[in-house]
Design a protein around this ligand. Structure first.
Ligand code: OOB
Length: 545
């Protein structure tokens, strides 16, 4: 089995330790310390559950024995695909306790994505919920077993059907739990937004990740009396660690899990639990701003609304304080590492018009022109970064590593940003060809590949189009072959292939040919840019008529 690695040059690692970023903590130790300090403080609320730190630790330990008794072995990778339910936390802390490696999938992922994660991570286990939002994950598990036979253990939260239920795991009374991990070990694999092709796997260590959420919790001024609401899917890096559920637990705060980010689900929880902080992507923030003025729920406990994952426009940002009565915090982060925050006491103008500045004094940020030269302050350029919680390599992907990292270890984020006074960053756009659909990243290339598998598709190019609500929506330009297919049929075809719903093109435009240059050849990148430009010009002209 391919070893999991993530390491920094010795000099950098020594500096990160000396400066107190990496403190030799592990997930297991963090939970144990909290459980000792405040065993009875409510740590997790969700579904019908209300578990204290003590109970969370006890449950995690019991489950850890169960996983090992079931036959998983330390070092094994286990895909965790759970919605926002309290079992997410017991399962994940149990995996850490048993030295098993979680691979975080989102509830929206389907067979194509899960099979890819399973193969790339060489996973042996898969933990799902029985169902969520009408989808039965046991069926998905069944299909996965057909595609990836190495998955030896499926564990289901809820009615397990033919599989093992979480509650039905062996007690493992005679199992010895392994020694705790080394803090520099890889703790889990996170999923990249996938700017080209399929998602890459991101190995994060205890040291680096714990630093990122501990520092985030400080920036967000979390204390044991804070209440963090996880409204976005908790497996995503933002609600997981910025400061997210882990940062909140680190600070001894309470975590409340909302089954959905909709105002209907979240507002009653805010009122009941006196939530103080939560995070949203821009389209949801707009929805909340729309719903708040007429809600019958008391939202007055909310002190901070974080917005990130995609660009939050200043016009919208300006409305947060007057409408919700709380402080806006913009968050610009990435699963690969670097996270920027506006600070809670920043002037309003910085809060509404920038995407914040890095967590760490040791986050190195370069903003370069196309020729690789630094641009002056206030000018747009490519953002590259390295630092104490930014990875140096993806898991088992030499090609992507060669493209995404410079020889001296900077990560090419693919984002185009401007640096403003004080080191604040303003996101301008991106260089890559992915679509940022309401914070969910879609690779144009991956979708084109699936479209090309349809017999009536001769060629396809996928681009982003501006969208009032989503920020960006996806549009597929298709050259048909033979009889022109119906757009709805193509969309259904994509779903049936087992692709996550958010990746199915929002719009399909049939076109006779792609323009090519005199040489008859254009890069996919230029092709997409040209199609997008001409389409937008045409729709604008039509709107002006
Ligand atoms: C977060 O992480 P990912 O890995 O899903 O996506 C990262 C990409 C960034 O490279 C950037 O292109 C975009 O998402 N992005 C933003 C943004 N926050 C993320 N673009 C504009 N404005 C923002 N505020 O999305 C993520 C991870 C941790 C915290 C927050 C977001």
């Amino acid at each position: 089995m391919r070893k999991l690695e993530q390491s920094w040059p010795a000099e950098a690692a020594a500096r990160y330790r000396a400066r107190g970023y990496w403190r030799g903590e592990t997930f297991t130790r963090v939970l144990r310390d909290r459980a000792r300090e405040r065993p009875d403080h409510v740590a997790v609320v969700g579904g019908g559950a209300r578990w204290s730190f003590g109970e969370l630790e006890a449950r995690a330990e019991r489950l850890a024995r169960g996983f090992l008794a079931r036959g998983l072995e330390p070092g094994d990778r286990v895909i965790v695909q759970l919605p926002n339910i309290p079992e997410f936390l017991t399962v994940v802390f149990a995996l850490f306790r048993a030295r098993l490696i979680p691979v975080f999938a989102l509830p929206a992922h389907r067979l194509v994505e899960i099979a890819h994660f399973a193969r790339t991570a060489q996973a042996r286990g898969y933990v799902v919920a029985e169902r969520h939002e009408g989808f039965d994950y046991r069926t998905l598990a069944q299909e996965l077993l057909g595609e990836v036979p190495d998955i030896a253990h499926v564990v289901v939260v809820g009615d397990a059907g033919d599989f093992t239920g979480l509650e039905g795991l062996p007690q493992g009374g005679d199992i010895d739990l392994p020694e705790d991990a080394d803090p520099s070990d890889v703790a889990f694999l996170q999923i990249s937004g996938g700017s080209t092709g399929l998602s890459k796997l991101i190995p994060r260590t205890h040291d680096d990740y714990i630093y990122s959420f501990r520092a985030s919790a400080e920036i967000c001024k979390l204390t044991p009396s804070s209440v963090y609401l996880a409204a976005l899917p908790v497996a995503h890096n933002f609600p997981m660690s910025s400061p997210g559920v882990f940062g909140a637990l680190y600070a001894g705060s309470r975590v409340v899990l909302s089954p959905s980010p909709s105002p209907e689900a979240a507002f009653p929880l805010i009122e009941r639990e006196r939530v103080t902080i939560t995070g949203l992507v821009p389209p949801l923030a707009l929805l909340w701003l729309q719903a708040a003025p007429t809600t019958r729920h008391d939202l007055s406990s909310l002190e901070v609304l974080q917005v990130g994952g995609a660009k939050f426009l200043p016009e919208s940002a300006r409305r947060v304080k007057p409408v919700l009565g709380c402080t806006l915090q913009q968050v610009f982060g990435m699963a690969e590492g670097l996270v920027n925050y506006t600070r809670l006491d920043d002037p309003e103008e910085i809060i509404v018009s920038t995407q914040g500045r890095p967590i760490s004094g040791d986050d190195e940020v370069l903003i370069l022109d196309d020729a690789g030269q630094p641009v002056p302050e206030g000018e747009a350029g490519h953002l590259l970064t390295r630092g104490p919680y930014t990875i140096r390599a993806y898991h088992n992907n030499d090609g992507a590593n060669a493209r995404a990292f410079t020889p001296d270890g900077f990560y090419r984020t693919g984002d185009v940003v401007k640096r403003m006074p004080g080191g604040y960053l303003v996101v301008q756009g991106r260089a890559g060809d992915h679509i940022n659909r309401a914070g969910e990243k879609i690779s144009a290339e991956e979708i084109e590949d699936h479209l090309l598998a349809h017999p009536a598709v001769f060629d396809a190019a996928v681009v982003s189009l501006p969208d009032d609500y989503l920020g960006e929506r996806s549009c597929a330009f298709i050259i048909p072959q033979g009889e022109k297919p119906k757009a709805a049929a193509l969309k259904l075809f994509m779903r049936k292939r087992g692709l996550a719903d958010f990746k199915v093109p929002d719009q399909i435009v049939f076109i006779e040919a792609f323009e090519t240059t005199a040489v008859g050849k254009v890069s996919r990148k230029e092709l997409r840019a040209g199609l997008r430009r001409r389409f937008l010009e045409k729709t604008e002209a039509e709107a002006g008529e």
